[in-house]
Ligand binder design. Structure first.
Ligand code: ISL
Ligand code: CA
Length: 544
């Protein structure tokens, strides 16, 4: 059974979720304390961002030891307790799998960088000065770093403390399979595979064609030559023996290429995280805002709905640990509650598995720190340096950008209640809490029947109770309209019609059908009339 199709996934960024021992850092026991909260929300699967031992250059996406839990987060025993308790409550757990690179403190790399004869040398890409290429790193700058010990260079597509693994080496793939089995045998129910479509690089590492300093070389690693071979190997040697699923983070992917991974029958991955809709407000480029974001958002999501339907399965997300909060991007601070509910309904009732990122269910917003030093994310600091030095942008201008786009917007501590540090910890957290925690927090949401959290609970039940909303076909109406979205989901004798306003103004409610033939079954407003109120969403149902 492809159980993931009927599941809601909740992503936890462990460092910022809940701190059980008051050292200012979230931890595994902190998650254990909140299992009831997760159960009441109604989610089926937890995706844990990396909890492995790491020097935290990229907050865990730089792994030092794949078999060990970062001591700040707890122990393997805590992990076992967490998974046992989650399972006892009917919640599954998927781990983050980061295999494009390790930390520069991983024992393989420490040994490899020391001498050319190391047995781990071919685990990475070391090259002499005259052999290196012109590729650039996702985090800005050159993708090669000098290694004084052997007087040569190594490849890193992310930070220089994240050397790329050479998966063309069968020994590396054997190590990965060992890691996969280790966690699966502990009971893990699947993996979110970090930047999985860049793990195969063209042999010989040729120069990239781009003249721009971003993504140069990408034609030699995006969906690289041996990617299918590697994923098939992982599937045949490991995955097929477990009742699990994978979701692959795939950068710069199209639905056509996605299907080469996720098509049912191929099943190299079960879903991908695509980025088309994340580019709707030009955040991928992150420099130039756009006036057409609603239309672009709708277009991107519809494209994936149509092209994947019947062949594979979509993932549905607006937020994760890399993205600013969705209310700031596509909703409204003025209509905070309304827009949070609208966004959830509009997205999650499409075909695919919904992913909720911690805090999204209470409408958390970007913290927008004033001081550059309050940002801890390496990408944020690199972008700042890049903008200042390459484009000569002013400090003020760069701070404006960072407040909008920093990945730390998603990483500020979870807001549990109106108490010091938002109830996340009793000590100063590793990253500042958003000052709006006094209003926006879980406790307030629990008290208010009409809260975002209570709406999420209702919405989750609502979707899970309907085969049409899970499996139904998708048909969009008025795709060009830039103020509202409308689509239907059809399955057997049921039809749902969803209309969602992205406007602060009242809108005329258009419809291709006579709505008198429908029943209104869900909305974020108590009263609904001929006009759509600001950020109003409505779900209509019809038996056909
Ligand atoms: O986050 C991004 C945009 O702000 C992307 O460029 C991001 O780096 C890319 O999507 C890959 O992300 C994943 O791998 C990175 C890690 O830093 C991210 O947190 C992770 O989600 C390297 O492991
Ligand atoms: Ca802690």
């Amino acid at each position: 059974m492809r159980w993931y199709k009927e599941s809601f996934v909740y992503q936890i960024y462990p460092r910022s979720f809940n701190d059980s021992n008051n050292d200012g850092i979230g931890d595994l026991r902190g998650i254990i304390e909140k299992i009831d909260y997760l159960k009441d929300l109604g989610v089926d699967v937890i995706w844990l961002s990396p909890i492995y031992d790491s020097p935290l250059d990229d907050y865990g996406y730089d792994i030092r030891n794949y078999y060990k839990v970062l001591p700040e987060y707890g122990t393997l025993a805590d992990f076992k307790e967490l998974i046992t308790k989650l399972h006892a409550n009917g919640i599954k757990l998927i781990m983050d799998l980061v295999i494009n690179h390790t930390s520069d403190e991983h024992e393989w790399f420490l040994d490899a960088r020391k001498n050319k004869n190391s047995k781990y040398r071919d685990y990475y890409f070391f090259r002499d000065k005259d052999e290196i290429n012109n590729w650039t790193s996702f985090f800005g700058g050159d993708a090669w770093e000098y290694n004084p010990d052997t007087d040569d260079y190594y490849l890193h597509l992310f930070s220089k403390r994240q050397p790329d693994l050479n998966l063309a080496n069968p020994k590396v793939r054997e190590e990965i399979k060992k890691i996969l089995r280790f966690w699966l045998d502990l009971g893990v129910d699947g993996f979110r595979c970090d930047v999985i479509n860049i793990i195969s690089k063209t042999e010989g590492l040729p120069n990239g064609k781009s003249i721009l300093p971003i993504l140069r070389g990408s034609e030699h690693y995006l969906n690289g030559p041996k990617i299918h071979e590697y994923l098939q190997e992982f599937k045949n040697d490991v995955f097929k023996d477990y009742n699990m699923f994978t979701v692959g983070e795939c950068v710069f992917i199209t639905p056509e290429i996605a299907l080469t991974y996720i098509k049912e029958g191929v099943d190299e991955l079960n879903m991908v995280f695509q980025f088309d809709h994340m580019a709707a407000d030009n955040f991928l480029i992150k420099w130039f805002p756009t006036k057409f974001k609603v239309r672009k958002l709708k277009k991107a999501l519809s494209k994936w709905q149509y092209k994947i339907n019947g062949k594979g399965w979509n993932s549905l997300y607006f937020e994760n640990h890399d993205q600013p909060r969705s209310i700031n991007r596509f909703g409204s601070l003025k209509y905070h509650k309304e827009s949070a509910k609208m966004l959830a309904t509009y997205l999650f009732l499409q075909q695919g598995t919904p992913y909720i990122y911690q805090g999204q269910e209470i409408g958390m917003t970007n913290p927008a720190y004033e001081d550059l030093n309050d940002y801890k994310d390496i990408e944020t600091h690199n972008i700042y340096k890049f903008g200042r030095s390459k484009f000569k942008f002013s400090h003020k201008r760069m701070m404006r950008k960072i407040k909008l786009m920093s990945r730390d917007n998603a990483r500020s501590p979870m807001q549990w209640r109106d108490a010091l540090y938002a109830g996340f910890s009793e000590s100063e957290p590793w990253l500042k809490v958003n000052p709006n925690y006094k209003e926006i927090n879980v406790e307030n949401n629990l008290k208010d029947d009409d809260s975002i959290l209570n709406y999420y609970r209702k919405l989750i039940k609502f979707k899970k109770n309907s085969k049409a909303l899970i499996y139904g076909d998708y048909l969009e109406h008025y795709p060009k309209n830039k103020h509202f979205a409308m689509y239907e989901r059809i399955y057997n004798n049921e039809k749902y019609l969803i209309v969602a306003s992205f406007s602060e103004k009242e809108l005329k409610l258009k419809s291709p059908y006579d709505l008198a033939d429908f029943e209104l079954v869900l909305s974020n407003y108590k009263e609904n009339d001929e006009k759509l109120k600001p950020y109003e969403v409505r779900v209509y149902k019809q038996q056909i």
